[in-house]
Design a protein around this ligand. Structure first.
Ligand SMILES: Cc1cc2nc3c(=O)[nH]c(=O)nc-3n(C[C@H](O)[C@H](O)[C@H](O)COP(=O)(O)O)c2cc1C
Length: 217
């Protein structure tokens, strides 16, 4: 679409609004409801989120990952512990995560910090993955320069041979992160750009109660 046409797009967001009185006292119950509604709306990979990290140089970087589970403390995603995101999180554990469900005119933004998942948690999730994904995790030096596709395919073939007939173990360079949010913002598009925004916030540290504020759109 030409740039001029994009500038003139005028979609109005006519969804029903959010009433503060209807909101639960913690963000995870609302997130759970919205995630169910996103899946019910047929959004592919509705559990996908964009995570932003920044190392000591302060340069933010973003990428999509899949959120794999959540509870009232936070949620988990899994990755390579030598990747760019992991190197940045080792320097600075602050993270920002965005779920975008545009067909519903909704987004949810989480800000907080990460802790590495326990070995048991990572191993349990790794064991639940299909064998091809397990080999893929072993084969990928995620975020490093790769000379050509053949190099990757050769690595996969030799790892397949190496692990033939065995249970594939958790690589020590791969596992989960537990995202522990301190601020969670829910955004619902409404007509005339008078959107609803609600932010849950809490003091750093698990277990503290949540405060709820409405923000100007
Ligand atoms: C739909 C989708 C899901 C993805 N899920 C993951 C994931 O769960 N874990 C992961 O490490 N990378 C995932 N990726 C790839 C990342 O976006 C990214 O390319 C990779 O993690 C390397 O990022 P980095 O170099 O910034 O560390 C996914 C990409 C897409 C588009």
């Amino acid at each position: 679409m030409p740039a001029d046409d994009i500038a003139s797009l005028r979609n109005d967001y006519t969804e029903a609004g959010i009433r503060q009185a209807d909101l639960p006292d913690n963000p995870f119950d609302l997130f759970s409801r919205w995630l169910d509604e996103a899946f019910a709306a047929g959004i592919p990979e509705a559990h996908g989120m964009v995570i932003a990290t920044a190392g000591v140089d302060g340069q933010p970087s973003q990428r999509t990952v899949l959120m794999k589970s959540f509870d009232h403390d936070g949620f988990y995603f899994y990755t390579n512990y030598a990747s760019r995101k992991a190197r940045e999180l080792a320097q600075n554990p602050r993270i920002s995560c965005l779920f975008q469900w545009l067909i519903l005119h909704r987004q949810v933004a989480f800000q907080g910090h990460v802790e590495k998942a326990s070995k048991e948690n990572s191993a349990a999730y790794f064991a639940s993955r299909p064998e091809g994904s397990q080999i893929g995790a072993w084969a990928s030096r995620q975020s490093e320069v790769l000379a050509d596709r053949e190099t990757l395919e050769e690595r996969v073939a030799s790892l397949r041979e190496c692990f033939a007939g065995e249970e594939i173990p958790l690589p020590d360079f791969w596992g989960g992160y537990h995202v522990i949010p301190e601020r969670v913002e829910f955004w619902q598009g409404r007509t005339n750009r008078l959107h609803d925004r609600f932010v849950y916030s809490r003091e750093a540290g698990k277990g503290a109660g949540w405060f709820l504020d409405r923000l100007y759109p």
